[in-house]
Design a binder for this molecule. Structure first.
Ligand code: ADP
Ligand code: MG
Length: 141
């Protein structure tokens, strides 16, 4: 039996990322794929060292889940199979790593996100994923 298709959408709570989620939902439905919605709690490396199994880690995971819960109604309404995933670390790196872990057929993300800095063609997280992942990336505007 062939492996189930998987689509990864990166969500940071921004309006553009929400549009990326809408696209990912429609694609998952059309392809019969499972959707993984990933939010990365951006914790700088020097702070990460203190994030041992304690309360701070739990708080970070909880705050991440809150961000993902914003889009739960959209996902439930569309009846698509999905998982909500929170990771902690560098967003670009974690998105690339997680896509490999689930063997994603496609990564969907916004061209910009929360910072919305317009100097570069795309935001820095988007840029890193396009450069570092060898998987197809759909950049939603
Ligand atoms: N912390 C994050 N967790 C998950 N996805 C993210 C995160 N940060 C950014 N993204 C994804 O990358 C896209 C582009 O964001 P980004 O490159 O950070 O641009 P900006 O500099 O405007 O914030 C977002 O629309 C979202 O899909
Ligand atoms: Mg950003």
């Amino acid at each position: 039996m062939s492996q189930e298709r998987a689509i990864l959408v990166a969500y940071d709570g921004s309006e553009i990322a929400r549009r990326a989620v809408s696209w990912a939902i429609q694609l998952a439905k059309a392809l019969g794929a499972k959707l993984y919605v990933l939010y990365v709690v951006n914790v700088p490396p020097e702070v990460r060292a203190f994030l041992t199994a304690g309360t701070i880690l739990n708080e970070a995971l909880k705050s991440g889940m809150k961000v993902l819960e914003q889009i739960k109604p959209d996902l439930d309404k569309e009846g698509v199979r999905y998982d909500l995933v929170v990771e902690i670390g560098d967003p670009g790196e974690k998105i690339v790593e997680f896509a490999d872990k689930i063997n994603a057929d496609l990564i969907v993300m916004g061209h910009r996100g929360l910072s919305g800095i317009k100097k570069l063609l795309v935001g820095s997280v988007c840029d890193k994923v396009i450069k570092c992942s060898n998987r197809p990336v759909l950049v939603v505007k």
